[in-house]
Design a protein around this ligand. Structure first.
Ligand SMILES: [Zn+2]
Length: 116
């Protein structure tokens, strides 16, 4: 009888003292902003959105620079628009806004802003 009681007490004691900490996953924080994030993520959603935007931006710049479009020739807007999958007006506007130096130095400008 005594023995069983002891065992029972020991059992309860073990349960209470049991280290559950490994069940509680380590708090994860965003590598960029340090905000707490869900398990399985490396960066938080807002940083992910920012990063995606940055990636898309970089991708576009790369596409433009690596394209074989001759920006010294009229009609580059139409040509680059096919590469960027945008309208020529939007492409030109984007380059003007985001790649100002490139636009000023490399691109021939038409008086008709719809063309270049
Ligand atoms: Zn973040």
């Amino acid at each position: 009888m005594m023995n069983i009681e002891k065992k029972l007490l020991q059992f309860i004691h073990d349960k209470v003292d049991f280290d559950y900490s490994f069940y509680i996953k380590e708090r994860m924080t965003c590598k960029i902003c340090g905000k707490e994030i869900k398990d399985g993520q490396k960066i938080c959603n807002s940083c992910k959105i920012k990063e995606n935007k940055q990636n898309k931006f970089n991708e576009r710049v790369e596409k433009i620079i690596n394209s074989k479009v001759n920006f010294k020739k009229f009609g580059w807007g139409v040509q680059i628009s096919k590469i960027l999958n945008m309208t020529s007006q939007a492409s030109i506007r984007w380059i003007k806004k985001n790649m100002k130096d490139f636009y000023e130095k490399e691109c021939v400008k038409s008086k008709n802003s719809k063309l270049n």
